[in-house]
Design a protein around this ligand. Structure first.
Ligand code: PLP
Length: 398
């Protein structure tokens, strides 16, 4: 519709949500769909968090607006968490709690970006960064990476993509969709470049921080030269399996946290009050409390990788060390004909798997690289085995 704003016409629907919705619709029609397109853990949130949320409801004084940036008690707990888990020192005025990491990111982008500003995003990237940057009328500058290099950018590539208009760099480690985790050393090498460009701000999305296997997660704000221009983003969705509770938060220089608060004050006020009480309970707890989920994810990651060895058309030579996705190269299947239809790209392949194997995945094109497919292993082992067996069978029949 022409009456819609140009800003809106310029962006597309979230392809991960679209794929999930398609799968849910087919499931509701009675099809036995296995959903490997979701960015959502299948655990229940830990009981101690749920109990504290129930207590907060019964207690009776938490049904009202909270301060825009979140209860002070929660922001204090977040400061403790940042110090305990990441070695980062923040004070409550540097923290803003929002309705999910998505809102936290949008607050930051709206605070910083002017039309035509450039934002560097390494690809494959999480779908929403690209669209959110466009929604701000800024320009996403994509740095492609390759599987052979673990989908990581190197300092040279980073420097080549910097121009006078570069305003922001978005880092996502552990990464959705590749599972890559930057080591301390790799980040240090990037920091050396940023030191030469003091005006570039860094948004560090660490929402998968705890879902990290053999490499230790490092926050880029730990480097003193950068601390004053890094926004560290985190949330409850992935680590605590609390996607629907919608709690995200940032730690940032005060001039940025204050501007996020200003925006949020106009468009949402505060995040949900009971969810904030639950967040106090979640973030006060030691990460040991959620270790059982991480162990489970690791087992599933190994299972997926083992099973993929038996599907030669799925190439995967990197080792995804975090998040709960694998990102195999599937372009060997392009140009091949199945059931009379040619698979031209990752979207065709994803649709093919949904129709013929009844497994939903997300095309690599959604993440900025058409040669790949994203498979989420945030589901049970049984379902993973069944889904990959179906996928394997579906491409054997030519
Ligand atoms: N960042 C990344 C990389 C994600 O994958 C997601 C969710 O899929 C988010 C941020 C936002 O999560 P939420 O809005 O549920 O906190």
């Amino acid at each position: 519709n022409r009456l819609l704003s140009k800003r809106l016409q310029n962006i597309s629907y979230s392809q991960t949500l679209a794929m999930s919705n398609k799968a849910i619709k087919l499931k509701n029609k009675g099809y036995d769909i296995i959903n490997l397109s979701l960015g959502e853990p299948n655990f229940s949130p830990p009981n101690f968090i749920l109990n504290d949320a129930k207590k907060a409801i019964d207690e009776g004084s938490y049904h009202y607006y909270t301060p825009v940036s979140g209860y002070l008690e929660l922001r204090e707990v977040i400061c403790k968490k940042f110090y305990r888990d990441n070695g980062l020192k923040y004070i409550p005025s540097q923290i803003v709690v929002s309705t999910g990491g998505k809102q936290s990111i949008m607050n930051v982008l709206l605070s910083l970006l002017n039309p035509k500003d450039e934002v560097i995003i390494p690809a494959p990237y999480w779908v929403s960064y690209y669209q959110m940057v466009k929604l701000c009328e800024a320009i996403p500058i994509i740095i492609p990476t390759i599987m052979e290099k673990n989908f990581k950018i190197n300092p040279k590539k980073l420097e080549e993509s910097i121009t006078k208009k570069t305003k922001l760099f978005i880092l996502n480690t552990p990464c959705n969709p590749t599972g890559s985790v930057y080591s301390y050393k790799e980040l240090k090498n990037l920091v050396e470049i940023f030191k030469r460009y003091p005006k570039i701000i860094i948004l560090s999305d660490e929402i998968y921080e705890h879902i990290c296997y053999s490499v230790k997660h490092t926050s880029i704000a730990i480097f003193p030269d950068l601390y004053d221009r890094v926004i560290t983003l985190n949330g409850l969705s992935k680590a605590f399996s609390m996607t629907g509770w919608r709690i995200g938060y940032i730690g940032a220089p005060e001039w940025i946290s204050k501007s996020c608060e200003k925006i949020q004050g106009q468009i949402t006020s505060c995040a949900n009050s009971i969810a904030q009480r639950a967040a106090i309970s979640a973030l006060n707890a030691s990460p040991i409390e959620i270790e059982y989920m991480i162990k489970e994810f690791k087992k599933r990651r190994n299972l997926v990788l083992d099973m993929m060895k038996e599907i030669p058309e799925f190439q995967i030579i990197n080792k995804p060390n975090g998040s709960f996705y694998v990102f195999p190269k599937v372009s060997d299947l392009f140009g091949k004909k199945f059931y009379g239809k040619i698979i031209r790209n990752s979207e065709d392949l994803s649709s093919f798997f949904l129709e013929k194997a009844q497994v939903s995945t997300v095309s690599g094109s959604a993440f900025g690289d058409n040669e790949y497919l994203r498979i989420s292993y945030a589901t049970t082992e049984d379902k993973i085995v069944e889904a990959l067996t179906r996928i394997k069978k579906s491409i054997k029949i030519i």
